[in-house]
Design a binder for this molecule. Structure first.
Ligand SMILES: *[C@@H]1O[C@H](CO)[C@@H](O)[C@H](O)[C@H]1NC(C)=O
Ligand SMILES: *[C@@H]1O[C@H](CO)[C@@H](O)[C@H](O)[C@H]1NC(C)=O
Ligand SMILES: *[C@@H]1O[C@H](CO)[C@@H](O)[C@H](O)[C@H]1NC(C)=O
Length: 285
């Protein structure tokens, strides 16, 4: 049977060059985050935090902090968490992103206790594409470590049925995880970003994000330019340009159309449940 190349499904960009840092003002100091991007893994969290950083009233932690999901970090306490944050001037918002938070069971309660006024952001993509991207990343991690690579089919299928224990599949069951968050936080505290739309039309998604964060509208069309060769947008900031790259030039595993069909079919019902919880729909075919 003909195999479908997953190339197009794995293009979610990440940024190549690190952000240059302006010298901090004297009144700038690290603070607890005002905003936490909680996920989802392979949803476009790096692109989102880089784009938020275009705004002069936003400062972002460089690394994924894993404060709330790793006990070894959480036990170090809030002072350690603050020490992981960039300097922020009064009036600036501090943002961190750790995509593993979304699917980690103890995290919502811990965030509420530590950051009672936090605003949360969640960026999601079409769940089959996210799963394939998740698998591709793990596949290449194993490749680099010269470990045996299992085919997606062998991980995903058990006796002709989908294997519901496969973690990458579970991570795409957004409603299961969102339910836990909405048991702790009111829906108005959480902003959903459409990761597929962010790639196609970043400005529109970023304007919604500015609104949610009550930032002065500042991000505009001149911050983005389309790179024809790459096929997606790059960022322009104070004459510096930063580009996305395509899965680090990774070769993409092949997936049979039969498996793709099963996945699309499987996610139909969970997607509807997610739309209902979210109070909005996404254009997922
Ligand atoms: C997915 O994971 C969550 C929590 O990690 C668990 O409660 C749930 O039962 C899992 N769902 C399936 C279908 O395996
Ligand atoms: C876009 O934003 C930049 C930086 O805030 C500003 O310098 C520029 O004038 C704006 N451009 C337009 C077209 O509004
Ligand atoms: C566009 O992308 C190509 C291919 O990755 C790259 O070589 C080039 O520098 C990019 N151009 C701009 C203006 O970003």
């Amino acid at each position: 049977m003909a195999a479908v190349v997953v190339a197009l499904l794995c293009v979610f960009p990440s940024f190549v060059s690190p952000r240059g840092s302006a010298p901090p003002a004297a009144d700038a100091t690290p603070r607890l985050p005002d905003v936490v991007i909680i996920g989802v893994k392979k949803g476009g969290t790096r692109a989102l935090i880089e784009m938020l950083s275009l705004h002069s009233d936003v400062v972002a932690a460089q690394n994924e902090v894993h404060f709330f999901d790793w006990d070894s970090h959480f036990q170090r306490g809030a002072d350690w968490y603050v020490s992981q944050m960039p300097r922020a001037r009064p009036g600036q918002l501090t943002v961190e992103k750790t995509p593993a938070y979304f699917t980690s069971s103890r995290v919502p309660e811990r965030i509420l206790q530590t950051l009672p006024d936090v605003r949360l952001m969640l960026i999601v993509r079409e769940p089959t594409e996210r799963l394939l991207s998740d698998y591709t990343q793990l596949f290449h991690n194993r490749l680099e470590k010269r470990k045996h690579q299992e085919s997606l089919e062998s991980l995903l299928m058990r006796d002709g049925e989908l294997n519901l224990d496969y973690k990458a599949l579970n991570r795409s069951l957004y409603h299961v995880h969102l339910q836990r968050w909405l048991a702790i936080f009111p829906r108005t505290r959480l902003h959903l970003v459409d990761g597929d739309a962010l790639v196609r039309e970043p400005l529109a998604e970023m304007k919604k994000a500015e609104q949610f964060l009550q930032l002065q509208p500042q991000i505009n069309a001149s911050h983005f330019y389309f790179n024809q060769t790459k096929g997606f947008y790059c960022l322009r900031e104070r004459r510096r340009q930063r580009c996305l790259h395509r899965s680090k030039g990774r070769k993409h595993p092949r997936v049979s159309p039969e498996v793709l069909r099963k996945l699309h079919e499987y996610f139909r019902e969970p997607n509807l449940k997610f739309f209902q919880l979210a109070g909005r729909t996404f254009d997922w075919k």
